[in-house]
Design a protein around this ligand. Structure first.
Ligand code: ADP
Length: 507
């Protein structure tokens, strides 16, 4: 059976309230009785003592019957619920106001009397009721002395038989009944308020649950994530609503990201297949021609065909390697092996590798580095790749007779590396895209400059992994400058590489 949260709360609350009301009704008479006894005993606290001081009631074995009768009569008139007993010092009844046949015990325990007389114990104190073999009653008592000798006690039982019968009568009284009715009414009203409150609270929870249900069943792929409209308050339900709204916004965002990733994945596959197919088709074409016409072709033409096929093969190889490299760099987590690296040394090595290529195009390749080694914390192989791609691009996109300058300098605790060329530059509208995978400007259409469109994407990814950014400043017809900054690293204790004070320029 399905019981709603609100019903469960109401049931538990009603149960508790019922138990509380019953407990209160059961305990109430006991508390009231105790209160009345205490009140009665406090009211009559000095009564016995006053009477004892008024007249001598006992002298040895002789009882002052006249004085005693006068006390019995007076008290009977003033307060019929009081019963007076004269006791000897052991608690034996010597005289009493009650009729003889009502007396059920002639000896009372004097220990409660002594406690009462000492006045140190909390009230009410109960003593034996001579009219009943077991019953206890509140009382007032006073010792009777004869020349310092204790002769006996005046023992007055408060709330005697008359008091009991009146109390029994009052039990059914209007006041008591009205009290019970009032308590029941208050409890019923409390229950009603509780039911309304629970309904109010659970209604908000129900609306929230309904919203989560719609989220579960509904579509999170729309333009905006579905939001739950809640009050601007700060209670737990408002917090929960806010958390659910934040969660659905997050899921919506992640779905959008996944969609973007999916679109970019499709584009990647399309680009890869296109870029692989083109050189492959060319290579196949040249090889087929060679296979068919080999006998009829001049040896120089044959050689030419083979060279072209080889170039396409090389292009394919470069493309596949760069794709593989980018895939590794994009893998999570990418592994960066940082170490203290003298960047100047590395730059000289890379420049050396490209010197021949630059000379073939009659391009000046200059390096401007001061005497220091410019230590940075970086992955050597990755930094080598960055420099290779930047210098390779500079050579590719700079026409013959041009110049390339590689600079390395310190600024505010950082090391800046710059590769500038006097090439054609990059149009302003193309600059935001040159770091995208497979972007090739208008070189994609022209086959004059070979390339995969992956070089700068690799550079960007490597520098991202080193918490650095690649910057480009380029003007069409004037050339481009690519630069990046790495935090300087403290140099290890070793000799500087270059022994001169001025800037070292190599070409
Ligand atoms: P590619 O294999 O085409 O060189 P890259 O990712 O290295 O691919 O570069 C992307 C594009 O950025 C190039 O196709 C080119 O249009 C432009 N580019 C990169 N470097 C330079 C440069 N130094 N001068 C002019 N254009 C450049």
């Amino acid at each position: 059976m399905k019981i709603r949260l609100g019903s469960k709360l109401i049931l538990v609350f009603a149960g508790l309230l019922l138990a509380f009301t019953l407990g209160l009704l059961l305990l109430l008479p006991g508390f009231a009785k105790n209160y009345l006894q205490e009140l009665n005993q406090k009211l009559h606290f000095s009564l016995a003592e006053n009477l004892v001081h008024k007249e001598r009631l006992l002298s040895g074995d002789t009882i002052n019957q006249a004085a005693l009768k006068s006390i019995f009569d007076t008290l009977m008139v003033v307060n019929p619920s009081i019963e007076v007993y004269l006791l000897d010092k052991s608690g034996q009844l010597l005289a009493y106001s009650a009729p003889e046949d009502h007396i059920k015990r002639h000896q009372v325990d004097i220990e409660p009397l002594q406690r009462f007389i000492a006045g140190k114990s909390p009230l009410p104190i109960q003593g034996d009721d001579p009219r009943h073999p077991e019953r206890l009653k509140v009382f007032t008592a006073a010792p009777i002395y004869n020349d310092q000798n204790l002769e006996g006690y005046l023992y007055i039982v408060l709330g005697g038989e008359a008091y009991d019968s009146i109390r029994a009568m009052l039990a059914n009284s209007y006041i008591l009944r009205i009290t019970v009715v009032m308590i029941t009414a208050i409890m019923a009203l409390t229950l009603l308020v509780a039911v309304l409150l629970v309904r109010l609270l659970t209604r908000r929870l129900q609306r929230l649950a309904q919203h989560v249900h719609t989220l579960k069943a509904g579509d999170l792929t729309g333009d905006n994530p579905p939001q739950f409209v809640h009050s601007p308050g700060h209670d737990e339900i408002d917090h929960l609503a806010r958390a659910i709204n934040a969660m659905s916004a997050q899921i919506h965002h992640q779905i959008s990201q996944l969609k973007l990733a999916d679109a970019s994945h499709r584009e990647l596959v399309a680009n890869v297949s296109h870029d692989l197919r083109t050189p492959l088709a060319s290579m196949q074409g040249y090889l087929e021609t060679l296979a068919i016409k080999c006998q009829n072709l001049l040896p120089e033409s044959c050689q030419n065909y083979i060279q072209v096929a080889l170039r396409h093969g090389e292009r394919l190889n470069t493309l596949i390697s760069e794709l593989f490299e980018l895939a590794i760099l994009n893998a999570q987590p990418a592994r960066v092996q940082r170490e203290c690296l003298p960047l100047a040394e590395l730059i000289f090595d890379v420049v050396q590798k490209y010197r021949l290529k630059a000379e073939e195009k009659q391009i000046q390749l200059n390096v401007a580095v001061d005497t220091r080694l410019h230590y940075v914390s970086a992955d050597i192989a990755m930094m080598e790749k960055v420099m290779e791609n930047l210098i390779d691009n500079a050579i590719k996109y700079t026409p013959g007779q041009g110049a390339i300058q590689v600079r390395l300098y310190d600024t505010e605790g950082s090391v800046v590396t710059e590769v500038s060329d006097t090439g054609d530059g990059i149009p302003e509208n193309a600059q935001p895209f040159i770091f995208d995978r497979f972007y090739r400007g208008d070189h994609r259409c022209k086959s004059d400059i070979p390339g995969s469109g992956l070089g700068l994407a690799i550079v960007k990814r490597i520098l991202d992994l080193h918490d650095s950014a690649i910057k480009v400043v380029s003007r069409t017809g004037l050339g481009s400058t690519f630069s990046f900054t790495l935090p300087a690293h403290t140099a290890p204790a070793r000799q500087p590489l270059f022994g001169c004070d001025t800037n070292v320029t190599s070409s």
